[in-house]
Design a protein around this ligand. Structure first.
Ligand SMILES: [Zn+2]
Length: 148
């Protein structure tokens, strides 16, 4: 995990992004600008740009926060969170440690999971294919061809 001082994040992030990512606040439900986003693409970390969620797994949970039933798991970290008198699983960005939201087990099939994520912690990158990770791998293998 990259260790960046608070001053770095204060400069880089907007006040609402800072509150969520660095202070683990939760934005007001229904206020996020990505809540009703239905475009095809990838949701990245607003702190470091790491790819976190695919539009293919986004669903309308009615909670007021962007919800996903799956994550790009190599790029997130789960932590036990007992704050506010609740037992929850916190979802953080593995790269920068930024707080993203919480994980619940009342999501739709196939995973039954619900990643309840603050819109302020995310940025959206529009793509044609909602699974760029697979694409990248295909790109790598084609690059292996000899150039001679
Ligand atoms: Zn991050």
């Amino acid at each position: 995990m990259e260790q960046k001082p608070e001053s770095y994040w204060k400069k880089k992030l907007t006040p609402s992004q800072f509150k969520v990512l660095r202070e683990a606040n939760t934005e007001m439900p229904g206020t996020g600008n990505l809540l009703h986003n239905k475009e095809t693409g990838i949701y990245t970390c607003a702190g470091c740009g790491s790819e976190l969620f695919s539009s293919a797994t986004k669903f309308d949970s009615g909670s007021g926060w962007p919800s996903f039933y799956d994550a790009l798991e190599n790029n997130i970290e789960l932590h036990e969170d007992t704050s506010e008198g609740m037992q929850r699983i916190e979802v953080r960005c593995r790269t920068c440690g930024g707080h993203l939201g919480h994980l619940f087990d009342d999501g739709p099939l196939p995973s039954g999971q619900r990643y309840c994520i603050n819109s302020a912690a995310l940025q959206f990158k529009q793509t044609i294919d909602p699974s760029p990770l697979k694409k990248k791998r295909a790109g790598l293998s084609s690059r292996k061809k000899r150039r001679s």
